[in-house]
Ligand binder design. Structure first.
Ligand SMILES: NC(=O)c1ccc[n+]([C@@H]2O[C@H](COP(=O)([O-])OP(=O)(O)OC[C@H]3O[C@@H](n4cnc5c(N)ncnc54)[C@H](OP(=O)(O)O)[C@@H]3O)[C@@H](O)[C@H]2O)c1
Length: 326
């Protein structure tokens, strides 16, 4: 089958259309003719040789797929040939065919294109897990979502609103409007403003109950300052670096804070299946009724994968970058 491959790690231009062995579905897997996949930062890190795929996963890039079932494994009882599905995979999405466990697949929402469906799994599942499982977000609480216009950020804003929370974001100034349109109450330009001052101003000095963060090191002190008593900080990435030069643990104790780190790809299959089923129960009807939606920045033909990677690494996107596979 055709797939996007690379011989050696490196810059986006190492990516090229090549050949790879077509996967064979195991007993609980279904084989998908992939119509669309989408980019994640994990793909760019894997391309650079900095994020090896988990054991047993396809070495091809691509953590999410949307397409049509073409073959089912011996124990598959949930899906039939011809059905249109989408879901999270541990790798292998940048290809004509990919396998997915039958319990990880979700039915494509009504009237959704393959491109729209492919833009959902990684960022919505990550955001759901961060808000609900890690962050224990409650109705009426306040949440600060960093990188609000990112794929995960745009998913988190919408779901937090649906859960009855008040949402604040940080983002580049040019990306504020999209965050506000999705339901954020205030957007903070982290380049020109101290976000912790703004958060304390917006919350009458109390701070927020939950922060979803991807920046890490340079944000830690401001994050801790921005949290209310019993607040939770969920860290999902280290876009700004991991190190912190000067940090005082006392505010974590005095405010009874919880600091949580999480990575979705390293979770067990059972964990990911449980998350997928719970997310689907929360989200599919909301997608059908338009209450939440995948935010797509751009769709690239998959032979332009290198261009798409460069675009992401230049932080140009608001929402998801999708690859259309022909
Ligand atoms: N832990 C997990 O399970 C998990 C799962 C999925 C994704 N992630 C991670 O979550 C992050 C977001 O993923 P995504 O796919 O949503 O990313 P994305 O759509 O590519 O958006 C990332 C955005 O973050 C902002 N940013 C980048 N570097 C920054 C910095 N140093 N300081 C402040 N803001 C910065 C940029 O927006 P502005 O222009 O607004 O600065 C950029 O567009 C990635 O790092 C990804 O690896 C983690």
């Amino acid at each position: 089958m055709r797939a996007i491959v690379f011989d050696n790690p490196g810059e986006p231009e190492v990516l090229k259309l090549g050949e790879f062995e077509k996967p064979v579905p195991k007993e609980n897997e279904i084989l998908i003719k992939v119509a669309a996949t989408a980019l994640n930062r994990a793909d760019t890190l894997q391309r650079k040789g900095m994020y090896p795929p988990p054991q047993g996963a396809s070495p091809l890039l691509g953590l999410e797929i949307a397409g049509t079932v073409t073959q089912v494994g011996d124990n598959v009882d949930k899906w039939q040939k011809g059905e249109k599905v989408f879901g999270l995979v541990p790798g292998g999405g940048y290809a004509e065919y990919a396998v997915i466990h039958q319990d990880m697949a979700m039915r494509i929402p009504q009237n959704f294109s393959f491109e729209q469906a492919a833009a959902i799994p990684e960022v919505f599942l990550t955001a759901y897990q961060a808000l609900v499982w890690n962050g224990r977000l409650q109705k009426g609480e306040t949440v600060l979502i960093h990188a609000g216009a990112s794929g995960v950020g745009t998913a988190a804003i919408q779901m937090a609103k649906e859960m009855g929370a008040r949402v604040f974001v940080t983002a580049s100034k040019s990306k504020h409007q999209i965050c506000l349109d999705l339901g954020a109450e205030k957007a903070i330009d982290y380049r020109s403003e101290d976000f912790s001052d703004k958060i304390l101003e917006y919350t009458n000095g109390k701070g927020v109950n939950l922060i979803i963060d991807f920046v890490a090191g340079p944000y830690l002190n401001q994050n801790i300052k921005s949290l209310a008593v019993d607040g939770r900080l969920v860290n999902l990435a280290t876009l700004g670096g991991g190190k912190v030069d000067d940090f005082d643990m006392r505010s974590i104790l005095s405010k009874r804070l919880t600091v949580i780190g999480s990575t979705l790809r390293s979770r067990s299959l059972d964990y990911q299946i449980k998350l997928t089923r719970e997310f689907a129960a929360f989200a599919i009807e909301r997608f059908n009724s338009g209450k939440i939606q995948p935010v797509i920045d751009s769709v690239f033909d998959w032979i332009k994968a290198a261009k798409a990677h460069r675009y992401m690494e230049e932080n140009k996107n608001s929402g998801k970058i999708v690859l259309k596979i022909d």
